[in-house]
Design a protein around this ligand. Structure first.
Ligand SMILES: *Cc1c(COP(=O)(O)O)cnc(C)c1O
Length: 232
């Protein structure tokens, strides 16, 4: 095993302990929380190392960086697109990424639906909601969620399987808790509406600085970058 892989395994072991402790505190099963390794800081080689040590989910946030990496390793693992997606790039994610975490507007939904239809696919999307209300954050405003679901309900080639949010950067992860709890409340509300295209089972929330609190509040995908792969 290479030194790169050794280091990743050590970090993963430490992260694993923290995930398990958070699951125990919340009375959740460990297998209900999946790690998406966010590889935006690192080269393709590290993605190979992650796949080799058993990480199954790879997350990238910029398409132009992701494409060559996907070219090399796309046949392994499950790829997640987690960053802001320009409408004119929607065609490039179809068939490459299993999950789009950043569906945040109608124009993008229309384009994804159109491109997925042309490819004969149904694309699994997570609706990104701006729970914190920060101006700097992407995401649909909570006020627009119901209208968005109505307007997308006739799109046969996208389905909304999850919700995603980003918490504000805070000193203490406890301060992020209301944002995560707010997303979980949206999951409940949306599922009560029973839109056929929006059975929300996944919550993509929690990053290196706040994943434990996110797990306590119900995260099913935590997106871990720096804590796992950031070069020293
Ligand atoms: C970079 C990024 C992450 C990972 O951030 P870390 O704090 O390094 O864990 C998660 N989600 C998104 C959308 C990102 O862009």
């Amino acid at each position: 095993m290479s030194t790169g892989q050794e280091l990743l395994k050590q970090r993963l072991a430490h992260i694993e302990e923290r995930i398990q402790a958070a699951c125990e505190r919340a009375g959740r099963k460990r297998e209900d929380v999946k790690i998406v390794a966010v590889t935006k800081y690192v080269d393709a080689q590290t993605i190979g190392d992650l796949l080799d040590i058993g990480i199954g989910h790879i997350g990238e946030n910029r398409l132009q960086d992701a494409l060559p990496k996907h070219e090399q390793y796309g046949d392994r693992g499950c790829w997640h697109f987690i960053g802001h997606l320009q409408t004119n790039k929607a065609k490039d994610v179809i068939g490459r990424f299993s999950y789009i975490h950043s569906l945040d507007r109608l124009s993008l939904a229309q384009e994804l639906n159109k491109r997925a239809e042309a490819a004969g696919q149904v694309v699994s999307c997570f609706l990104q909601i701006n729970i914190s209300g920060e101006q700097t954050k992407f995401g649909l405003s909570p006020d627009d969620v119901l209208a968005f679901l109505r307007e997308t309900s006739n799109m046969k080639h996208i389905k909304i399987d999850g919700l995603m949010t980003m918490a504000p950067v805070v000193e203490n992860q406890e301060e992020a808790r209301p944002v995560f709890r707010g997303l979980a409340e949206w999951q409940k509300r949306i599922n009560e509406w029973e839109f056929p295209h929006a059975h929300v089972t996944e919550l993509s929330m929690g990053m290196s600085n706040d994943f434990e609190v996110a797990i306590e509040e119900g995260a099913t995908y935590i997106r871990l970058g720096s804590v796992l792969v950031k070069p020293e």
